[in-house]
Design a binder for this molecule. Sequence first.
Ligand code: 5GP
Length: 194
Amino acid sequence: MTETKSEKGRVVIVSGPSGVGKSTICKEILRKLDYVYLSISVTTRPKSEEEIDGQDYWFISEEDFRERIDKGLLLEYAEVFGHLYGTPKDKVDEELQAGKVVILEIDVQGAIKARVVFPDAVMIFIFAPSKKDLAERLNNRGREAGEIAEERLNGANAEIAAAWQYYKHMVINEDLQQAVNECVQIIEKTRAKT
Ligand code: 5GP
């Protein structure tokens, strides 16, 4: 974690359990608000078939990732389900300087670190309507094998517990458009205040 320049824009952190639909929600917010930039993380996780390098993530080697940590190029990073994920600092700074709202779609550990750098970050946590629903979404997504989906489902408990402590805004993703609209409203309200 490194110091960052004073900025003009605002950071919005979006977290939630794996499979809850965070990525879809963030992409929809991006479509609706032209002043939003969605940060693209670097990760050592293998790319799935439907993902695009440089669009969903920058898929890099562990060596490359460690080098970026050493050079102070990451705003925050964390190990999630056995892989490293991190937020590139330069691009976030650049977009904030340009006055953009920058969305970081990151896990709770990373969010806690990012909040130290951006104390006025808007914190949004996305919930599934129920644990059963989350399990179904994880299984239907078919991206990970049953064992990994199970691990991710178990990880949801810890994330949700932390959510009550750190996140001011809670959004339930029962209906996608409604969840997107709620996030858009939160962002617009906080932007109006700055
Ligand atoms: P997935 O493998 O499902 O794409 O992501 C797994 C978890 O890593 C999700 O909770 C996601 O929000 C989180 N994540 C993605 N990018 C970053 C990042 O740059 N930093 C941190 N700390 N977590 C991230």
